[in-house]
Ligand binder design. Structure first.
Ligand code: UDP
Ligand code: MG
Length: 198
């Protein structure tokens, strides 16, 4: 078993568009257990810590956006990853602070990659149908950059176990995390379930 906890934030666009229920039900439907949840108007410091401006992260956002422009046969109009990363971070901080968000912790076998799969690609227009971003939005890198804003993609989800640990610690305390028996625990995790009397 590889039980993991992961952090999900429903960003201000998801809350303001009335998709909180739709989004949570996608996670519940897949068998994930909700272990903490709250609505917050984020403080600057929390968003600032959440999107830590590491070189790796800045290079990641730059490369993903640049390759999307290349796919479309267009010139990427930003000179380097440092300035692009900084702009993206500033835009994200402004976006996340613009209205209430819903923060939650989900638990399950390999919950971190599972949630990323359900959420879909960063750019909603490229995210596959069936994913949350693919089904509920159409935003693009080009439109967001043209309007000097963050991509409105409804959700943040932790990418790695290290990220999940740090991010859960930003939004929740240890006592906020509930432990309880879920009806799915038996069906999903009990090795003896579905062996009638053997
Ligand atoms: N983002 C953006 N433009 C970019 C890259 C990222 O607006 O060129 C925003 C977008 O909202 C994204 C967030 O920055 O969700 C974090 O970027 P990351 O690459 O970590 O994407 P995610 O993990 O959210 O898919
Ligand atoms: Mg990320």
């Amino acid at each position: 078993m590889n039980m993991q906890k992961t952090l999900v934030l429903i960003k201000p666009d998801g809350v303001a568009r009335g998709h909180v229920g739709d989004i949570i039900s996608r996670f519940e439907r897949a068998g994930l257990k909700l272990v903490a949840i709250k609505m917050i108007l984020p403080k600057h410091e929390d968003v600032d810590r959440h999107y830590a401006l590491t070189d790796e992260w800045m290079q990641g956002v730059y490369n993903k956006a640049k390759s999307k422009y290349a796919e479309e046969g267009r010139e990427f109009p930003f000179p380097n990853w440092q300035s692009y990363g900084q702009d993206i971070k500033n835009g994200l901080v402004r976006f996340l602070k613009s209205g209430p968000i819903v923060a939650m912790v989900l638990e399950g076998e390999q919950a971190i990659p599972l949630v990323r799969k359900l959420v879909g690609a960063t750019e909603p227009a490229s995210a596959l149908p069936g994913t949350i971003r693919g089904d509920f939005s159409l935003d693009t890198y080009s439109l967001a950059n043209e309007q000097h804003r963050s991509i409105r993609n409804l959700i943040h989800a932790s990418g790695t176990p290290e990220e999940a640990k740090t991010e859960i610690g930003i939004w929740f305390t240890e006592e906020d995390l509930q432990s309880y028996e879920h009806v799915l625990d038996n069906a999903l995790y009990n090795p003896k379930a579905f062996f009638a009397g053997e």
